[in-house]
Write a protein that binds this ligand. Sequence first.
Ligand SMILES: [Zn+2]
Length: 275
Amino acid sequence: MPEGHTLHRIARDLGAAFVGTTPEVTSPQGRFAAGAALLSGREVLDARANGKHLVVEHAGEALLHVHLGLIGTFTIDATAYVGERPVVGQVRCRIATDEHVADLRGPNVCEVITPEDEAAIAARLGPDPLRADADPDRAWARIHRSSKPLAALLMDQQVLAGVGNVYRCEVLFRHRLAPYTPGTKVKRRSWEAVWDDLVRLLPLGVATSRIVTLPEQVEEVEAALARGEGVHLDERSSYVYKRTDQPCRVCGSTIRSAEIAGRTLYWCGRCQRRT
Ligand SMILES: [Zn+2]
């Protein structure tokens, strides 16, 4: 499933392509024909993400709301075609100008909503570390009252919006936190450190479309971005994610895995003992 940084990256790219334009919106597949007709021919004012929810705001309080779910994709293409652009696969929604075409395939949600609906969605979500208006205390209020394991709470979109399995596993390791610690036993300063780290790490994911968590890679990417350069990381590297039975990069003991909150958690039982 795409994590929040992917949605923010799509929002950024949709905004760059379409804000200020009046695109044609269609549903080549047909399942979103009525909604597309509502949006088509209205100026795009903004594109934004909140957690895993994407909103493209059109003039006249008509908002396209998308949740990609497990398999959805939203691709933005700047290729110039002469005449008709071919439709590949099941395109639920297409946004098109003469310069850009964006195709949405396989989403969980694709609908037209009002600003009130968007506010209701936001009220159900926890804070998103990628948003400037995010309030980490809202997440803490839920965490410290819950007996659920911290590793489950970090995946709960009502607690924290946008964080998925990879960031969950990696940020727990970065802070050496025991994943099964009940929320009621989590120290406030541990939560604050996790939040601050997500605020630091997630923008690197937006910038590179890679989940960067190893310290040397974090520093490399931050330095490159500070210089205004692009970054090309050769391989995806993680502390614990998808490293079952491999040696911990810090202590050498075997990385463990178990299902928690419906997804596989990876952790080091020796390193991760803090609450
Ligand atoms: Zn270890």
